[in-house]
Design a protein around this ligand. Structure first.
Ligand code: NAD
Ligand code: ZN
Length: 251
């Protein structure tokens, strides 16, 4: 895909940038997405909205763990791709004027070296207490299945530290993203189906406040119309071109 020089220049000149990423940015690393190509993921006959839900944690925590251990197993051999690395380099140019807001729970952005990351939906390698106290626990990526554990403070079972369907985002996270996005001159959304709110609403905030809004996704999304530019293709191919980065340096 050819990207216009004028467009590349516009990206290079951006002074304050917010990037929102979704499962699509990790697809080229081998991490399955939930949606795309008109299909929705299913685990043991259950749609992800059901197995990954707050209700399932109360009703069948073992099954939730089985699903998350399966996802961790898939993730074990996955590495960050060109798109994750390109974002890391972009951040190193703009520093505190660059915020990476991710809906992904796979940790691949931090593995690629990004620092200023807001993990809106948590991280699949962390656990938290089902009683909702503030203690968090880390798991080794290789610890599959996870060792069943209870909270040191409350004696309650632990669950994945991931925001499930029907749950609120961690307090203050989205508010911070909105605040940052308000005075951005560029907003870039990569590999998100734009179905999951409030994350999807960030593009609307950017648009209302006059940022130039760009989407990278091989498919059209419900929000495609609000973007000034939609680049149809794979993140790992488009992003380095857009930023003028030679991917040969990545190896
Ligand atoms: P999604 O699965 O709903 O949508 C993925 C999107 O990525 C689709 O629009 C698809 O067209 C696009 N896509 C596919 N391949 C791409 C590529 N190579 N480059 C660019 N785009 C590509 O994902 P979502 O919008 O992030 O929402 C799903 C929810 O599921 C999120 O809340 C997230 O927490 C969770 N999830 C996370 C992971 C992960 O951590 N890697 C994986 C699956 C789901
Ligand atoms: Zn606890």
């Amino acid at each position: 895909m050819q990207i216009l020089a004028e467009f590349i220049k516009k990206i290079a000149e951006a002074k304050k940038v917010c990037v929102l990423t979704g499962a699509g940015i990790s697809a080229e690393s081998g991490v399955p997405t939930f949606r795309g190509s008109g299909e929705s993921a299913v685990w043991k006959g259950m749609p992800v909205e059901e197995i990954s839900s707050a209700r399932m944690v109360t009703e069948n925590l073992d099954e939730v763990w089985e699903w998350f251990d399966y996802r961790r197993e898939v993730l074990k051999d996955c590495q960050p791709n060109h798109a994750h690395r390109a974002l890391m380099l972009w951040e190193s140019r703009l520093r505190e004027n660059f915020l990476l807001v991710t809906q992904n729970v796979d940790g691949l952005h931090s593995q690629a070296g990004s620092r200023n990351i807001l993990e809106l939906h948590g991280n699949i390698q962390r656990l938290k207490c089902t009683k909702g106290c503030r203690l968090k626990y880390e798991m080794l990526p290789t610890e599959i299945p996870h060792s069943p554990d209870i909270c040191d403070l409350c004696d309650a079972p632990l669950r994945p530290d991931v925001v499930l369907f029907g749950e609120m985002l961690p307090e203050g996270y989205f508010e911070y993203a909105v605040e940052f996005t308000r005075d951005c001159d560029l907003f870039l959304s990569i590999g998100t189906s734009a179905f999951v709110y409030p994350a999807a609403g960030l593009a609307e905030v950017a648009k209302r406040n006059g940022a130039f809004c760009v989407e990278i996704n091989p498919e059209e999304t419900p929000l495609s119309d609000i973007y000034d530019e939609s680049l149809r293709g794979k993140a790992g191919e488009i992003l380095p071109k857009l930023l003028g980065i030679e991917t040969g340096h990545f190896h």
